[in-house]
Design a protein around this ligand. Structure first.
Ligand SMILES: *Cc1c(COP(=O)(O)O)cnc(C)c1O
Length: 224
């Protein structure tokens, strides 16, 4: 019952243009079903194996988003059903997604993960690295992927000014690239940023997709 209540509280806070990805990592299928029965159809997982098991067990109209760091050798297990891959931070991974998508006659939507957090531990590409990927001739050849936006994770902090500067830097970069780029396999429309602790600020700073876990499903037992 808590899940349904939490969801309705969050949904009331989200403007219409913001898509909610309910992050269900480590949570059982029964929790996902509770959210699903309350109308939530978009879920995020950070481990491919876990997402595949849940995909097999749960209703087929769920949109599964892979939000975690990707290991190229596991992309094949989700290529037939994944709806959006958020955490692409290497050209090599895009190539592998393209190869696996082709086998299933699909075009898989991806977000490039930008490194916006000040701390070193977070994954992601610098803005220059993103530009280099999008400008590369080799990129234009990947016809079974589509880069539809960027994803960012801010520093884990209560410092509002720091969070705002991290979020707004990605929004500014996103707008710039959106104007500049015209490619069949790149159409920038999604900016995924904001989690349980910072989604209001992320929305104020221009995101249109948030990834919220613990504020819906409660705290996770282990730290990931
Ligand atoms: C776990 C996770 C989230 C959700 O985190 P909460 O703080 O529980 O909302 C969002 N994005 C990514 C990439 C995550 O790994």
């Amino acid at each position: 019952m808590m899940i349904k209540k939490n969801l309705s509280v969050i949904e009331k806070e989200l403007p219409k243009h913001v898509t909610l990805v309910a992050v269900s990592k480590t949570k059982p299928a029964s929790d996902i079903l509770e959210a699903y029965n309350a109308g939530q159809k978009v879920f995020g997982e950070n481990k491919i194996q876990e997402m595949v098991e849940k995909y097999n067990a749960l209703p087929k109209d769920i949109q599964w988003h892979m939000i975690g760091h990707l290991q190229s050798n596991k992309v094949k297990y989700m290529a037939h059903f994944v709806h959006l891959i958020h955490g692409v931070d290497k050209f090599k991974t895009l190539k592998e997604i393209n190869k696996q998508a082709k086998k299933h006659n699909r075009i898989i939507s991806c977000l490039l993960q930008a490194k916006i957090a000040k701390e070193d531990s977070k994954f992601g590409l610098s803005f220059t690295e993103i530009e280099n990927i999008l400008n590369a001739e080799e990129f234009a050849e990947l016809q079974n992927i589509k880069v539809v936006g960027f994803m960012g994770m801010a520093t884990f902090t209560d410092n509002k000014e720091q969070l705002e500067s991290e979020f707004s830097s990605l929004k500014t970069f996103f707008n710039k690239q959106q104007k500049r780029i015209s490619l069949t396999n790149c159409n920038l429309k999604i900016l995924s940023m904001g989690m349980s602790g910072d989604y209001s600020l992320a929305i104020e700073n221009g995101c249109n997709m948030v990834r919220i876990g613990s504020a819906i499903f409660g705290n996770r037992n282990y730290n990931n």
